[in-house]
Design a protein around this ligand. Structure first.
Ligand code: NAI
Ligand code: PYR
Ligand code: MG
Length: 567
């Protein structure tokens, strides 16, 4: 099949496939939308009912079925099946109904999809690199079907959202993330490849489930794990020297280590560290339009000092330094709280990523704490009076009434972002946050929530999720032909989202553009990221017109093109 670009929607797709072979190819199948002449040419008569449908009609039929299911998990399974049957139609439905479908193909329902991946597995999608196949990685990736791949999302399934180790079921995440690359940024599905590094699982439920599809073995760790990942990355570089590799949902200990190891060897980033940082920073910048508290005056408490917590803190620290603070002043504005409480100097087990954010014991020596001297989130909030509270701990309800009321006593407009996914792991429910702060909270959540009701009004809840960032970063990298991904590219991505915030012109408006504008957001992010890549010297310089043309060529619209038979 030839590559489809937006600009050549009327250029015929050339294929040798006919009959059943054609309609069972998800990327080529049009179902009942094959025209009469295509049915003649490709010997499709009898394989399809006689009616000739439009894509709009097909989309409507699928939507009716989707809406008739009683659970979101059934809807997830139905959409996965559609994606594996007729990919163009899947994206046509997704793009037209992004707000309704995003919670199904992505968080929260994708979490359930990963937990039950083995039960609903039907057709192969992407690549499973299982540890017993460690000597066949190059052979597997050599498949000509992957010749056009330009973006990979890879996971080892160990930290799936806030749901922990899902083993091979973690494949749901790379598939879901790449669906957003196409749905939000228009990157053609053929350019994307989901990969699952199946290195075992320590999840007993998965291991003892007779239907489990993965390698039935406990996780390999240490030198064996590192050698496997090294083999994978080397094979990727050899197969696709210019590919963009996105790491997703690796456990904290591996996430930052692997990023540091590989970020100078290929074009790569970790979405949980860097993408999350950009959307948290962008949403905070939008909140500043409302609160009027400058970035340099913010005090930031973060619950969960893992990949996302340290990534967010690092990017915000950089932004504060850019805004005029010294590094030391900026560091002192962060209060990172993990399982053992506030990170303070001298604490055991501090990781390199946490190190810049440990609080000086002397600086907090006058804090009022209980007799045992424990410094948990409540003590931090009472003493530090944070202006911003961010949750990336995966601990449902961790922003308790005590914590939130204490925060609301200390600041006029508490900025509260319970970012953990899926919904069941959110640190707070927005309606409670509104009630406990007398309507003063500015809220952003990782997963979608219904509007909050306050004083007779419905107030939308903004989804502070890296889905506002990574599709656009990917598109920008591809358009610029960037060789590396820099931190500045994420900073600019966050700023672009903030610049598109409705609060930029109306202080009473919501913080983020609504989800149904994700395509426009991704395009704006892509443009800025591509320009930043050039400024950072990781992409060849090109003029704006060239960049715009490349972006236009890359953005695929899910419509059917005419087909031509290759004899
Ligand atoms: N909204 C968004 O776009 C994103 C949300 N997330 C969510 O953030 C959460 C964390 O993700 P990562 O940072 O990648 O995971 P991680 O495993 O690297 O970090 C989680 C941290 O929370 C700490 N933690 C666990 N229980 C705690 C407790 N009771 N009190 C304080 N800290 C505790 C852990 O020790 C760990 O350091 C997940 O639920 C994930 O879904 C992650 C990335 C993006
Ligand atoms: C959104 C995302 O990347 C996560 O929850 O892991
Ligand atoms: Mg993630």
């Amino acid at each position: 099949m030839t590559q489809a670009f937006a600009s050549d929607w009327d250029v015929p797709v050339k294929t040798r496939l006919t009959g059943f072979d054609l309609i069972t190819q998800p990327m080529l199948n049009k179902g009942m939308a094959f025209s009469q002449s295509e049915r003649d040419m490709f010997r499709l008569h009898g394989l399809l009912p006689p009616h000739i449908a439009t894509i709009e009609e097909q989309a409507e039929r699928r939507l009716r079925v989707l809406r008739a299911f009683s659970t979101d998990f059934e809807r997830y399974a139905f959409l996965r099946d559609l994606q594996d049957t007729n990919e163009t139609l899947f994206y046509a439905v997704l793009v037209r109904h992004i707000e309704e479908l995003l919670p199904l193909v992505y968080t929260p329902t994708v979490g359930e999809g990963c937990q039950h991946f083995s039960e609903i597995w039907r057709k192969p999608r992407g690549v499973f690199l299982s540890y017993p196949n460690k000597d066949r990685i190059r052979e597997i990736l050599a498949d000509p079907r992957f010749d056009r791949v330009r973006v990979i999302v890879v996971s080892d399934g160990e930290r799936i959202l806030g749901l922990g180790d899902q083993g091979a079921g973690g494949m749901g995440i790379p598939i879901g993330k790449l669906s957003l690359y196409t749905g939000c940024a228009g990157i053609h599905p053929e350019l994307t490849l989901p990969i699952l590094l199946d290195v075992g699982t320590n999840n007993r439920e998965r291991l003892t489930n007779p239907l489990y599809i993965g390698w039935r073995h406990e996780r390999i760790v240490g030198a064996e794990y590192d050698a496997f990942v090294e083999e994978f990355v080397s094979a990727v570089i050899e197969r696709w020297p210019d590919v963009l590799l996105q790491w997703e949902d690796f456990a904290g200990s591996n996430a930052s280590r692997l990023l540091a190891k590989y970020r100078d060897r290929l074009c790569t980033f970790n979405d949980d560290i860097q993408g999350t940082a950009a959307i948290a920073a962008g949403t905070l910048m939008a909140a500043i339009n409302v609160t009027g508290v400058k970035l340099t005056e913010q005090r930031i408490a973060v619950l969960g000092a893992g990949s996302a917590g340290c990534g967010i803190s690092s990017l915000l620290l950089r932004a504060m330094v850019d805004a005029g603070l010294s590094e030391e002043q900026a560091r002192s504005a962060f209060y990172l709280v993990d399982r053992n409480g506030l990170l303070v100097d001298g604490m055991e087990g501090i990781t390199p990523a946490q190190m810049p954010f440990v609080q000086d014991r002397h600086a907090i020596s006058d804090w009022v704490v209980d007799e045992a001297g424990d410094i948990g989130l409540l003590e931090v909030v009472r003493n530090a009076k944070p202006t911003v509270l961010i949750g990336v701990s995966g601990q449902a309800g961790a922003f308790s009434e005590d914590v939130v009321r204490a925060m609301a006593e200390g600041v006029r407009h508490p900025v509260i972002f319970p970012l953990s996914n899926p919904t069941s792991r959110s640190e707070a429910v927005p309606q409670h946050l509104m009630e406990w702060t007398d309507g003063r909270a500015l809220i952003g959540t990782g997963s979608p929530f219904p509007p909050v009701q306050w004083q007779g009004r419905d107030i939308p809840v903004d989804q502070t999720n890296n889905s506002y960032i990574f599709p656009g970063v990917g598109l920008g990298v591809l358009a610029a032909n960037a060789r590396r991904v820099t931190d500045a590219m994420f900073m600019v991505a966050g700023k672009v989202v903030a610049s598109m915030s409705p609060t930029a012109t109306d202080r009473n408006a919501r913080l983020l553009p609504p989800v149904d504008q994700l395509r426009a957001v991704s395009l704006a992010v892509a443009r800025a990221v591509a320009v930043q890549a050039q400024a950072d010297g990781v992409a060849e310089a090109c003029d704006q017109a060239t960049l715009d043309r490349r972006l236009q060529e890359l953005v695929w619209e899910p419509t059917y093109r005419p087909y031509e038979l290759v004899k």
